[in-house]
Design a protein. Structure first.
Length: 319
């Protein structure tokens, strides 16, 4: 019966309705029909109908089916309160309102409330449905790159990660993976990046960054800034995102294997950093916890031969 009365173009997940393919009055009547307790024939099939047909209206003049990965989100309830309740609104959660406005600016579809039937809201995420709203944001970015224009100086990044901290990412790997796939994390170069598919480390304060792009290619390795946006997501617990290495480990496992890619000045800067910041903490060179690093350093090809210009280890220059 529905197929006989509605355009078959509506049997999609996302339909552009800017040309008036389905007018609002007809949509209101349709929702009244499939929500009526008197008309059990339609109401008992409401869920399957809404999953198959794009009957969820958004303010962007698109219609969505309930099976769409992108669903119109709902305005926070407290946005509709009057001025008398303004203090209560602030106490309740101004963060939800601010985050809603950010999502709206990013182009996340918002439920068109001209359809006042309460049944519609069963299929649209509320701002307190944190995991569902994340899923909408994830799929919007995946399809339309809506986050690509954000910058590290933009407070929206911090607000979004504060909001996403309320998701179930600590207990649901799929939620965690969706968050890591969003470009919301500040590298030490103050660039926003995703964490998916990369080895993620926390940058030690004051560490030497000479030749960074040569030994930490952005497509495989990322060091996050110690005071970066990630703290809005998980506080001081970096273990949810990656590893916190000390200077010796960074040199041994990351920098030294790429040392031949550095120019003479970059190599010099690193060797001076080791001399001034790592060696002074050695109790004595022969201690068991220092031997592995000292051995690696002795064998490191780090000095240029004055004859052949080849890189040679330090012990090549001693008698």
């Amino acid at each position: 019966l529905i197929e006989d009365n509605f355009p078959l173009d509506l049997k999609q997940k996302n339909v552009d309705n800017s040309d008036g393919l389905l007018n609002m009055e007809t949509l209101k009547n349709m929702w009244k029909c499939i929500s009526s307790e008197k008309d059990i024939l339609f109401s008992k099939h409401q869920k399957s109908i809404v999953k198959s047909w794009a009957f969820l209206p958004a303010t962007n003049q698109h219609l969505y089916s309930a099976s769409s990965e992108i669903l119109p989100i709902m305005k926070p309830d407290n946005m509709h309160m009057n001025v008398v309740n303004a203090f209560y609104v602030r106490a309740l959660d101004t963060g939800l309102i601010e985050t809603f406005h950010i999502l709206n600016r990013l182009g996340i579809p918002v439920l068109d409330t001209t359809i006042t039937n309460p049944a519609v809201t069963k299929y649209c995420p509320k701002m307190t449905d944190y995991d569902l709203v994340l899923s909408v944001l994830f799929h919007m970015h995946d399809q339309y790159r809506v986050l690509d224009n954000l910058s590290t100086s933009n407070s929206d990044v911090n607000m979004l990660l504060s909001y996403l901290s309320r998701t179930n990412y600590r207990h649901d790997p799929q939620i965690k993976d969706m968050i890591k796939a969003l470009p919301l994390f500040e590298s030490i170069q103050w660039q926003l990046t995703v964490l998916t598919g990369k080895k993620v480390y926390l940058w030690p304060l004051g560490f030497c960054s000479a030749g960074y792009n040569k030994w930490a290619p952005s497509d495989t390795v990322v060091f996050l800034h110690p005071q970066g946006s990630w703290k809005r997501l998980c506080g001081n617990d970096f273990s949810f995102l990656g590893l916190q290495l000390n200077g010796k480990d960074i040199y041994s496992h990351i920098i030294f294997p790429q040392f031949n890619k550095l120019n003479a000045d970059e190599r010099r800067q690193h060797l001076l950093y080791i001399k001034d910041n790592i060696y002074p903490h050695f109790k004595f060179i022969g201690s068991p916890d220092q031997i592995p690093f000292v051995t690696i350093l002795k064998e490191l090809k780090c000095l240029e031969s004055p004859v052949t210009a080849q890189l040679l280890p330090v012990n090549s220059f001693s008698d």
